[in-house]
Design a protein around this ligand. Structure first.
Ligand code: ZN
Ligand code: ZN
Length: 341
């Protein structure tokens, strides 16, 4: 399968956590966490389409000023996803600066914040340069059962609340399925292309049975009296390739509730970026700091059935012992899921 998601762990396994996600043919990118951004050029940062921040500990959020400095003077609407209370944090961050001349800047910069919480509705607000970056409430977003928080072209961003002593968000980026219509097979059966192919794709995605009827028509006006064919006779006209999925899970304690939420986000991921700050032998310390051990990270990866695991956020206390930490993750993951970066 052709890789269309190109994630980059920004500062290796020991620096500030952060992953920059590019997708083939998509102009906009996604930034997961906003700590040390020195690995990104201004060009990278200007392509940002979504900023998702797990929580506001400094190592995940200290890089925001660099991004802000670049965006001032440009027309931009940037969706921001964060945990409970994040609008206030962004507001205070922005209010650290004086904006009395903001109305002389012709372009407007708008941050649209969605807070992903445990509540039934997720609070939303916008903060505009031309409004002095005051908080303007937006209608809340009903919480989705699968944690979908936004759609960016063919990409979908999921988030879930994890417990790190403070709410911390885990993320998954999922690409829509790819469809390929076999035109030669259509011609062989003298079937025309048309809007009915959309219904065929939908029936395949929804897992309909072989006897599910599909109306065949070339123009929308013919839909009414269109002849029907069973789905089973049409399946070979299209091929379906599942989209890629990546998960980014950092800063959470090894508790049963966190494991359940983490495994759900990482389920079937092609790449799982997961924190592994503490050695397996230091589980008590890890729990006290509300972080994972290498073993817990590997076990979550195994349970979620991920293809490749990228551990990161190694504690500086293990300087020079990276190989040992990686070996512990690999042992717990139980398969050959680890690759060098
Ligand atoms: Zn951290
Ligand atoms: Zn933290």
């Amino acid at each position: 399968m052709r890789a269309t998601l190109h994630p980059r762990l920004l500062t290796g396994r020991t620096g500030d956590p952060g992953v920059y996600v590019e997708a083939l043919h998509l102009p906009e990118t996604i930034l997961l966490d906003c700590g040390d951004l020195s690995a990104l050029t201004p060009r990278h940062l200007l392509r940002l389409g979504v900023l998702a921040v797990s929580h506001a500990h400094m190592d995940h959020w200290a890089g925001f000023d660099r991004l802000l400095r670049l965006l001032i003077g440009r027309n931009k609407r940037l969706p921001v996803i964060g945990p409970e209370g994040f609008t206030q944090r962004l507001f205070h961050r922005l209010q650290a600066y004086t904006w009395n001349l903001a109305d002389r800047i012709t372009t407007d910069l708008v941050f649209e914040v969605t807070e992903v919480t445990m509540a039934a509705f997720w609070p939303r607000a916008s903060l505009r340069l031309h409004g002095g970056f005051q908080i303007e409430a937006l209608p809340p977003f009903p919480a989705t059962p699968d944690g979908t928080v936004l759609q960016q072209g063919p990409l979908r961003l999921h988030a879930a609340v994890l417990d790190h002593g403070t709410p911390c968000l885990g993320f998954a980026v999922e690409e829509a399925m790819h469809f390929n219509v076999w035109r030669t097979r259509l011609e062989e059966r003298r079937l025309q292309t048309g809007p009915w192919l959309t219904a065929l794709k939908a029936a395949v995605v929804e897992g309909r049975p072989d006897d599910y009827p599909i109306p065949i028509y070339a123009r929308a006006s013919e839909a009414q009296n269109a002849p029907m064919l069973p789905l089973g006779a049409l399946r070979d006209l299209i091929s379906v390739t599942p989209g890629q999925r990546l998960a980014y899970l950092t800063d959470f304690a090894d508790t049963p509730a966190n494991r359940t939420a983490a495994v759900a986000l990482a389920r079937g991921a092609d790449i799982l970026f997961i924190e592994a700050p503490f050695a397996a032998a230091d589980a008590a310390l890890a729990l006290d700091r509300r972080h994972l051990t290498t073993r817990a990270a590997g076990e979550i990866a195994r349970e979620a059935g991920v293809r490749r695991i990228e551990p990161f956020h190694f504690s500086p206390r293990y300087l020079g012992q990276e190989a040992q930490l990686l070996a512990e993750v690999a042992t717990a993951a139980g398969r050959d899921t680890l690759s060098p970066i």
